[in-house]
Design a protein. Structure first.
Length: 470
């Protein structure tokens, strides 16, 4: 992340005449619409320029659709459901309907709060003038005291693997499929690739996961990634490690993926999950002086400011952490700061995130990689769920809870949960990290018996014992 070093001061100062601040937000995803709600709450005159639909990719093509698909796939894996045949066309129609309903709810909320919405493409003419071009070509020039760029990102593709929306697909195009792929090749073993590989495997699809790294989920906790890779293997998924895809082409009614070492992998469809690119083209950023990094992401500081006074940015377009929750917080922080409200800078060490594989991986705070590299002096305890009574009742065979604390102060600084619904279980550890609780406080809080959350307290108690042994 490139950080712009500037002094914290509000970009807009309310005049003595009580003039209302004019805020223009380009992009209606989580960063944009949450910023709009805050700005309206603070009394600003707010306009959102949105091209693709309110909610952005998070609601329309990414988080909401993918997690709906994953939830349906997880239910399908249940033994009671094994005899059911997947109606993929019906499932995808339901997914898109849910996403559209969520988008409409967001639009209604913005309109109720007095936010003006312009359908079209936005760009900057200057630091205080934004231009909205509507679908019919009409241009609207909007004066602004504050501008927020929240245009998100799009799927990256390979030069020799151009999506056609039928056999060669990005994750945004999967929901057009009417039938379950006979053999899905997933290129990329990061979060997106692993999630879709897990989901389609659960739906009964033969899945090949192509990973250029030694293991799946190279950016995640290594113990957690090992559990997921073992589960993939047990469930019949083919994982090709240290295998870099360089091309994909149609081959009759299927596809062929070429690997860097000369091998060929055949399937019915291929999903490209090889990262994202920021939506910053033709927005006038260079002319206005908004700095970007070498990948094209907008450079921001911890209160979402760009290098140009009065211009802020939030969400995936910044490349800070590509999470809807982070985008929303960046947008809120931008408006709190710009409009002179109380604000705390973004703290990435308190952000919890989840990989929605089956089982899920949820993390917060310090990572195992940081501890192993000596960047942080910490003790940790890893407690397998196999010892948890509730896990035994539910037939949970894989997973664990891991908690990190500082070696000296015993303050909780991170954690990992691998389990069904780990996205819910991580919250207790997140609270401990955010509030800087010592392990004894986490250990001493009551938990229900039997419960999976009991393993969080047990891990903390073992960290206390580890201190005593020292």
């Amino acid at each position: 992340m490139q950080v712009v070093q500037v002094v914290f001061e509000s970009s807009f100062t309310m005049g003595e005449d009580g003039r209302v601040a004019k805020v223009v937000i380009i992009g209606g995803g989580p960063g944009g619409y949450e910023a709009a709600l805050v700005a309206a709450q603070l009394g600003a005159e707010v306009t959102v320029i949105d091209r693709d639909g309110l909610g952005g990719s998070a609601v329309l093509t990414d988080c909401v659709p993918s997690k709906t698909l994953i939830a349906a796939a997880t239910m399908h894996r249940d033994p009671v459901s094994e005899s059911r045949r997947t109606d993929l066309a019906g499932l995808n129609a339901r997914i898109l309907d849910l996403a559209l309903a969520q988008s409409h709810d967001i639009a209604h909320r913005l309109q109720r709060d007095g936010v003006q919405i312009i359908e079209g493409r936005g760009r900057l003419e200057s630091a205080d003038v934004a231009v909205a071009t509507t679908p019919d070509g009409t241009e609207h020039r909007l004066l602004a005291d504050v501008v927020l760029i929240a245009t998100g990102a799009r799927p990256r593709v390979l030069p020799e693997a151009i999506p056609d929306g039928e056999r060669i697909l990005t994750w945004e195009q999967l929901y057009s499929l009417a039938q379950l792929p006979e053999r899905l090749i997933v290129v990329g073993s990061g979060v997106t690739g692993a999630e879709f590989a897990s989901a389609y495997n659960a739906l009964g699809c033969d899945v090949v996961l192509v990973s250029s790294r030694d293991r799946v989920l190279p950016g995640e906790d290594p113990d957690a990634a090992a559990v997921v890779e073992d589960v993939f293997d047990e469930r019949g998924m083919t994982v090709l490690s240290r295998s870099r895809a360089v091309a994909a082409r149609r081959d009759g009614d299927g596809v062929e993926v070429a690997l860097e070492d000369g091998r060929r992998v055949s399937g019915s469809h291929v999903l490209l999950a090889v990262g994202s690119l920021p939506n910053t083209e033709d927005m006038g950023l260079v002319d206005v002086g908004v700095a970007t990094d070498d990948r094209g992401f907008v450079a921001v500081d911890r209160v979402s400011r760009t290098s140009v006074r009065g211009v802020y940015a939030a969400g995936d377009v910044t490349g800070v952490l590509m999470l809807a929750s982070v985008a929303a917080m960046q947008g809120r922080i931008a408006m709190w700061h710009a409009l002179g409200d109380a604000v705390s800078p973004l703290r990435l060490d308190t952000v919890s995130s989840t990989v929605f594989t089956d089982p899920e991986i949820a993390t917060v705070g310090v990572s195992q990689q940081q501890v192993d590299a000596g960047e942080v002096l910490a003790d940790s305890v890893l407690l397998p769920l196999a010892t948890n009574a509730r896990a035994k009742m539910q037939g949970i065979d894989h997973g664990f809870v891991k908690v990190f604390c500082r070696r000296s102060s015993r303050i909780v600084i991170g954690g990992v949960v691998v389990a069904p619904h780990a996205s819910e279980l991580i919250h207790a550890i997140t609270l401990a990290v955010d509030a800087r609780l010592e392990v004894d406080a986490l250990a001493g809080a009551f938990t229900v018996y039997p419960s999976l959350s009991g393993s969080v307290a047990e891990a903390a108690r073992r960290l206390h014992a580890l201190e005593s042994d020292d």
